[in-house]
Design a protein around this ligand. Structure first.
Ligand code: ADP
Length: 486
């Protein structure tokens, strides 16, 4: 049996991406589609999607639709077309009033409604298409109310009688908390008692919490993070609810889309390379250095970072530690990212203080990201917490040694290198403190100065396989748990 899957997401790479959610949505649905499953992906028709110039056409019987959300009435229609570079068809909810604006997310009063409409529209389109999904797959807070709506508002429809719901949490920190005055907009009627009553009494609705309470299965993006979020330290206030779901909370490591992220086929690189010949990697390092204005001798490692510049990513540890290494001339640094002003200012300041040793590119660039993965010697990711993290896995394939903290998906994908037996794929430190990062950088730089050890580490790293072939199969296993084997 091929599964029918209704997949709802706020992000889809490369059309609308702020982070890992987009990458996973794309790669997982492609994997399922190639496996012969019938996946219907629903996402908003953001302004930036419209600007991408995809060949889209209106779905004839999904035009001029209406939805009432509380006191608000919206009109929308559905466009469809192939995902970039794939033959999987995507469905776009075109509701200009909610989506024709700059950016993907915002802080306007209608933010909750923007994604509630997406979730409800996807379910209502399934009804109009007579598409009876085996699985309703929701992602993050944006669509986390899907499972509750399925069990209430849409429960009357026999079409969904056999549908089981999955919520994938890509980051527990973003929960979509809104004022209780939005309760009516959910349209639950008598079933409103299913909302978390204590929260409601205190004036709020937590979207993600309701997904955790009502999804038939909750997945998150690494086994390590699945364990961590059940603890008070990492549970962001939701740990008790997650613990209560017991075996219904499962961690599946994200896969890597090696069609996009492999140095031997990478379309962005000036020179390609593979594990058997790393001269190409040295050439990319030279090209990258010239491009961003780094001037260092061969024996000095170039450290790369590509990141949203937010607290989660461990920049607080970097601030007191990295300048020491730079001052001694032990390494150089190239950073690509945007985020909080204080972090952007820190890296901009470093670039001024260490010209030729530090380059900071403020912004988002797919191309430069590929160049950094390929041209850097090490990749720095000292996250405070990390649901999965993709860059450390990309780094492995590009022979760029990840330096990571042992948390979440970083702990699941990088093995600390032991110079005694030559095993391991990167440098891993335990404690979230500056001294530990200092130790890790020191360890990495010393290893780099021992060419035989370094070559071994790089070879180990490049052999790792985190493809979707493996990770996608884990999702199918979980679907099978819910609705029987495919
Ligand atoms: P998160 O989802 O927390 O942002 P992940 O490591 O899971 O972190 O995914 C981040 C994704 O976004 C990666 O594919 C990374 O390369 C990409 N990315 C982040 N910032 C930038 C940027 N400034 N330019 C290009 N790509 C970026």
């Amino acid at each position: 049996m091929a599964y029918r899957i209704l997949f709802i997401t706020a992000e889809y790479a490369p059309l609308a991406k702020t982070g890992g959610l987009a990458d996973v949505s794309t790669a997982l649905t492609r994997y399922l589609h190639r496996g012969g499953h019938d996946v219907r992906v629903f996402m908003p028709y953001y302004r930036q999607v419209a600007a991408a110039g995809l060949a889209l056409w209106p779905v004839e019987f999904l035009q001029d639709l209406e939805m009432t959300v509380g006191e608000h009435r919206y009109r929308y229609r559905v466009l469809t077309g192939a995902a970039p570079g794939a033959d999987l068809q995507l469905y776009f909810i075109d509701c200009p009033e909610l989506y024709d604006r700059p950016g993907i997310y915002g802080e306007t009063a209608d933010e909750a409604r923007r994604f509630l409409l997406l979730t409800r529209a996807a379910l209502e389109c399934a009804q109009r298409m007579a598409f009876a999904p085996h699985i309703l797959h929701c992602n993050d807070w944006h669509t986390a109310l899907g499972p509750l709506l399925l069990k209430t508002t849409y429960a009357w429809d026999q079409l969904f009688a056999a549908t089981r719901s999955v919520l994938t949490i890509h980051n527990l920190a973003y929960q979509g908390v809104f004022g209780a005055e939005h309760a009516d907009e959910l349209g639950l009627g008598d079933a409103s008692w299913l909302l978390h009553q204590q929260d409601l009494a205190e004036g709020r609705i937590n979207s993600l919490l309701h997904g955790i309470l009502y999804a038939d299965l909750v997945t998150t993006v690494s086994p390590g993070y699945a364990r961590e979020i059940c603890t008070a330290e990492y549970g962001a206030g939701l740990d008790s609810f997650l613990r209560a779901r017991g075996e219904r909370v499962v961690g599946i490591l994200n896969g890597v889309d090696y069609e996009e992220w492999d140095p031997s086929t990478d379309r962005y690189l000036p020179v390609r390379f593979g594990a058997d010949d790393l001269t190409g990697k040295a050439a990319v390092r030279r090209a990258l250095s010239a491009r961003v204005g780094i001037a260092i001798p061969d024996g000095v490692p170039l450290i790369g970072m590509i990141s949203r510049l937010v607290g989660q990513k461990g920049i607080e540890l970097i601030i007191p530690v990295l300048p020491e290494f730079l001052r001694r001339g032990d390494c150089a640094l190239v950073v690509l990212g945007t985020g909080e002003a204080r972090y952007e200012d820190f890296f901009a300041g470093l670039a001024l203080e260490f010209p030729g040793r530090v380059a900071f590119h403020r912004g988002y660039s797919e191309e430069l990201a590929h160049w950094i993965e390929a041209g850097a010697d090490m990749f720095l990711m000292p996250s405070q917490y990390e649901p999965c993290g993709l860059n450390q896995m990309y780094s492995l394939r590009y022979g760029t040694a990840p330096i990571v903290r042992r948390t979440g998906g970083l702990a699941d994908s990088v093995v600390h290198y032991s110079r005694d037996d030559g095993t391991g794929t990167g440098v891993v430190f335990d404690h979230y403190e500056a001294a530990s990062l200092r130790w890790a950088l020191d360890y990495a730089i010393r290893l780099y100065r021992e060419p035989a050890q370094w070559a071994r580490l790089v070879a180990n790293a490049m052999r790792q396989d985190y493809s979707w072939t493996q990770q996608g199969a884990c999702y199918l296993e979980q679907y099978a748990r819910l609705v029987g084997p495919s």
